[in-house]
Design a binder for this molecule. Structure first.
Ligand code: PGA
Length: 249
């Protein structure tokens, strides 16, 4: 199965020209990478341009967010139907940086369903803010997963990608260790299996995100037992990101 490598550019870079240079750089430097599907999620305003500049199949495109309704008077929002009409494949939903701005699990669940309804795959971000000795973070994570998937059917959940991103490891000095990640992928699988059954849970892809670099990517995927990675900072440098892709192939 091809690994999924998601580039979450967040609010970067500052010009369309720079966005194109990073994208082209990656495309050229990663042309021999196999078994990795790279999903670029640039700011909305750059998506169309980058997408039109690419005709291959190794790379696909996604958005960093979407609104819960397809249409209406919603100043500043972006309709999932518009994204579908652009033929995007993925939409990141419930990133911790959006949750920090006030998105609750209930809103995230509506977004997950809106994206699914529009035949795209939500990349649902979950992760605890901090660790504690008593394991309260596990309860937090379980609640976050279940509430963010509220009302999502067994049939639909197969198209959801879970991105486990412990908040303490995002934009940090270090990623979590691959052995800790392995423990967490098992835990997330168990939570999903309890709700959807083992077979369905086994078909749901789990990614890791948080301070992934070209140095730790290979081990995180292999030892952490994840289906891919969600990458912020390291996806903004074409050379580093191409090395990262090679490391997980
Ligand atoms: P980072 O961001 O790779 O810069 O830590 C990951 C993310 O927030 O998705």
């Amino acid at each position: 199965m091809a690994k999924i490598l998601v580039a979450n550019w967040k609010m970067n870079p500052m010009t369309a020209g720079e966005a194109q240079r990073i994208f082209d750089g990656f495309k050229n430097k990663s042309s021999n990478v196999k078994n990795v599907k790279t999903v670029f999620c640039p700011p909305f305003i750059y998506i169309d341009q980058l997408k039109k500049s690419y005709t291959g199949s190794r790379i696909s495109f996604g958005a960093q967010d979407a609104f819960v309704e397809d249409s209406g008077a919603r100043t500043g929002e972006t309709s999932p139907l518009m994204l579908r009409n652009m033929k995007l494949e993925y939409v990141i939903v419930g990133h911790s940086e959006r949750r920090e701005l006030g998105e609750k699990n209930s809103l995230v669940a509506k977004k997950v369903k809106a994206v699914l309804k529009n035949k795209m795959k939500p990349i649902l971000c979950v992760g605890e803010p901090a660790r504690d000795r008593n394991g309260a973070y596990l309860k937090f994570l379980k609640k976050e997963i279940l509430e963010s998937l509220e009302g999502v059917s067994r049939n639909d959940v197969k198209n959801v990608v879970i991105a486990y991103e412990p908040i303490w490891a995002i934009g940090a000095r270090q990623a979590m260790t691959s052995s800790d990640l392995h423990t967490m992928t098992i835990y997330i699988y168990k939570v999903l299996a309890k709700k959807y059954g083992r077979k369905v849970a086994g078909s749901i892809k789990i990614l890791y995100g948080g301070s992934v670099t070209d140095k730790n990517a290979g081990e995180l995927v292999k030892e952490g037992n994840v289906d891919g990675l969600l990458v912020g900072r390291a996806s903004l440098d074409a050379e580093t990101f191409a090395k990262l892709a090679k490391a997980i192939q």
